[in-house]
Ligand binder design. Structure first.
Ligand SMILES: NC(=O)c1ccc[n+]([C@@H]2O[C@H](COP(=O)([O-])OP(=O)(O)OC[C@H]3O[C@@H](n4cnc5c(N)ncnc54)[C@H](OP(=O)(O)O)[C@@H]3O)[C@@H](O)[C@H]2O)c1
Length: 317
């Protein structure tokens, strides 16, 4: 019997549990209304963790999917783990972004609130989440490489959490390199419980994972199959392991994280794929290491944009 990834939880440093398999809800330019059915399908299949953000523009439909699943008796709110994130243009007013997310979700609380990027972007026009100047560079309120505004941004989220612990159960970060964590950690009262980063066998992140481990910060891996086009699933070793364990390549990609104490956050607009991506093959230590070595030999980061350039990450381009 293959174990189910949907049944694994990880303990965060504040003692709370985070389900190891989460459904991503960023679906690009696809019709956002379909997210209701994606969420309902995932919950029916056993997923208990939903990863969202103000930026994704799908939280209204995430909320509808959750509400209908609760009304239909499939799940209770306290069995679900719901994440949202504060976008960099809200760095000096995180409560505005949070209030909008909570109201769109139609929930009384979120389980996890993340700082989406350690960046303070200028809120030039509230309808533009990525403000870009004429020279093609982003508008920042603070320099990305050596500014300290990102710490103020986190501390704004920390204050929101401390003032509203029932509404915001845990807080964390996303897209933090070691360089940024080293600056943040001495300045905070509440340590981030999570760092959400791009992670898959093509992108080696051992130093960052070990650094986070020292502070009990759980890694939640986005783009587990390498995002659009799923390049990770084309790796011959992923396919061989899927054949060996009689699971799908998507399940091998999730197992790469879950078996090593990380959460995996796949997304799909394909209902069948969501339903069938739930098993956890027992890859051996040496298979996990072989997967890791793929990225050591040929590192590839699939999610890059101009924002991440000076944040202390390797292989940004
Ligand atoms: N914190 C951040 O800055 C950040 C950044 C990026 C993402 N995220 C989070 O992480 C989630 C997942 O990241 P991601 O969107 O980059 O995801 P991903 O799960 O690595 O990639 C999803 C893409 O792969 C395709 N795919 C999956 N399995 C496939 C298969 N067997 N064959 C062909 N195509 C396949 C999906 O297509 P189908 O729709 O057809 O299945 C979809 O286009 C997001 O939704 C979001 O919640 C966070």
């Amino acid at each position: 019997m293959v174990q189910l990834a949907t049944e694994v939880t990880l303990r965060m440093s504040n003692g709370k549990e985070i389900p190891a398999l989460g459904l991503g809800t960023y679906i690009g330019s696809s019709d956002p209304t379909q997210v209701k059915d994606l969420v309902k399908t995932a919950i029916k299949a056993g997923y208990r963790h939903i990863d969202g953000a103000w930026l994704y523009g799908t939280e209204k439909y995430v909320g509808e999917g959750i509400r209908e699943s609760i009304e239909e008796g499939i799940v209770t709110r306290d069995q679900l783990f719901v994440t949202t994130k504060i976008w960099p243009t809200y760095w000096d007013k995180p409560e505005k972004s949070f209030d909008k997310s909570l109201s769109d979700l139609g929930l009384e609380y979120v389980d996890l609130l993340l700082q989406h990027w350690p960046i303070c972007a200028k809120d030039v026009d509230s309808s533009t989440p990525l403000p870009i100047k004429e020279d093609g560079k982003p508008y920042y309120d603070d320099p990305t490489s050596d500014g300290t505004g990102f710490i103020e941004f986190y501390r704004g989220i920390e204050k929101l959490h401390l003032d509203n612990p029932q509404k915001i159960r845990s807080i964390g970060v996303s897209n933090y390199s070691i360089m940024k964590l080293e600056k943040l950690i001495p300045k905070v009262q509440v340590l981030p419980v999570v760092n959400q980063i791009e992670y898959h066998p093509q992108l080696p992140q051992k130093d960052l994972v070990e650094y986070c481990g020292k502070y009990g910060i759980i890694i939640t891996a986005y783009s587990p199959v390498g995002s659009n086009g799923a390049p990770v699933l084309k790796l011959p070793l992923i396919q061989q392991l899927a054949d060996k364990y009689e699971v799908t390549t998507n399940e091998v990609a999730n197992a790469y994280h879950i078996l090593q104490g990380r959460a995996s956050l796949p997304r799909s607009t394909n209902l069948e794929r969501i339903k069938t991506t739930i098993r956890l093959p027992s890859l051996t230590k040496s298979e996990l290491e072989d997967l890791y070595q793929i990225g050591v030999e040929n590192p590839k980061r699939h999610i890059t944009n101009i924002w991440g350039d000076e944040l202390g990450f390797d292989w940004w381009y």
